[in-house]
Design a protein around this ligand. Structure first.
Ligand code: ATP
Ligand code: LTN
Length: 341
């Protein structure tokens, strides 16, 4: 079994994704999830659906339940193999909340207030509608990572600051109370780390965008996704050329095209030399749709057998709990909390 043989020598990787929507999008996939799949071959991998983080956006219980299972199905459909990776739901491992409290007691108020994602989201919603959970969100994330002694954390560019906070908290704890946590590194690729919205190509593709017309969803129908590519925002020139500053839309499409096909930007520029934007957009749509269709079908098939998913999750929770409770016990011990006898 990949999980037991050599697990001790392999580096550990951990990542998480929120079940806040019915579908993941192409940005999630290219920025993070694609790397999750690759890393499970060489690393001892722990991947979780962070349902507790999703509580920061007022949940609808029925939707949360459905989206959590849909997230698991999509992760398996893109290639996360439960025989290779420990796949679990965050709330199945109580140590996440427990370590988060410890980390909250190590985090400065100003330090948490400097997190740009918190600043952006709280500014958007207004102070009265901002919950404290949004403020402590990155600290729960730090606990997710530190609990598993992760060496690497595959995420998109927007998570860099949260990984930095995780490192600071881990180092702070280790220097105050003795070596307890592995200090993780972000695993953030250059290509694909930021995929932009097709309609607003200077903003990141996001699950919580006001309009979904520029967001390519894994679970959307091929027709819907084709349409979104056809109406993607471009510019008034004619040349398919990578230039993020002046040609944000075309550059974003080139990034998507090369990330899916494995081609390079310059090869793609040559391929589409002399062709119009219409042809280019259709070509990008086709490679993406061809890639996503089997994923969508597989996820839909998995969702027809929820008992199978529940079994995978129960095994995942078992393995995750074993690792997490050990780290938590060491943390409590280092802090001087008396263990229950
Ligand atoms: P929201 O915008 O509502 O916060 P999201 O779409 O960013 O949601 P998350 O669940 O926060 O989705 O992110 C999951 C993973 O996908 C993270 O590792 C994040 O860095 C990555 N990611 C999200 N959006 C993009 C994007 N546009 N390009 C590249 N990576 C992304
Ligand atoms: N904030 C992350 C989700 C997340 C995460 C984690 C990522 C929660 N816990 C632990 C990596 C490791 C996001 O993607 N928005």
């Amino acid at each position: 079994m990949a999980n037991s043989v050599g697990a001790t020598e392999r580096k550990r990787v951990l990542s998480g994704i929120q079940p806040t929507h019915d579908s993941f999008h192409l940005g999630n996939y290219l920025g993070a999830l694609k790397q999750w799949v690759e890393l499970q071959e060489s690393h001892d991998a722990f991947y979780c659906v962070v349902d507790l983080h999703a509580l920061t956006v007022e949940p609808d219980p029925a939707a949360l339940r459905k989206r959590t299972l849909a997230s698991i199905a999509q992760l398996i459909a893109i290639g996360i193999d439960p025989a290779k990776s420990t796949l679990f739901i965050q709330s199945h491992v109580p140590a996440h909340n427990q370590l988060a409290w410890v980390m909250e007691c190590l985090t400065g108020f100003g330090e948490a207030g400097r997190m740009t994602q918190f600043k952006d989201k709280s500014q958007k919603n207004g102070a009265d509608r901002t919950v404290v959970g949004l403020f402590t969100y990155p600290i729960l994330q730090a606990a997710d990572i530190l609990l598993y002694q992760a060496d690497q954390v595959p995420v998109g560019e927007d998570q860099r600051q949260h990984i930095e906070l995780t490192r600071d908290l881990g180092q702070r704890f280790n220097s105050k109370y003795g070596q307890t946590f592995t200090i993780p590194e972000g695993y953030i690729l250059k290509a694909g780390a930021k995929i932009n919205d097709l309609q607003e190509p200077t903003a990141k593709m996001s699950k919580s965008s006001a309009s979904q017309s520029g967001v390519i969803e894994l679970m959307d129908t091929p027709e819907a996704n084709r349409k979104k590519f056809k109406s993607a925002m471009t510019d008034t020139e004619r040349e398919v050329k990578f230039d993020e500053k002046n040609k944000a839309g075309i550059s974003n499409l080139l990034t998507i095209y090369t990330a899916i096909t494995g081609s390079t930007i310059s090869a793609a520029e040559t391929e589409f030399e002399g062709k119009g934007y219409g042809d280019f957009k259709s070509a990008v749509a086709e490679v993406v749709v061809d890639f996503l269709t089997p994923i969508r079908n597989k996820a839909l098939e998995l969702l027809e057998d929820p008992a199978h998913l529940t079994k995978i999750l129960s095994e995942g929770a078992e393995k995750a709990n074993a690792v997490a409770s050990k780290t938590l016990a060491e943390t409590y011990e280092a802090l001087g909390l008396i263990p229950r006898s």
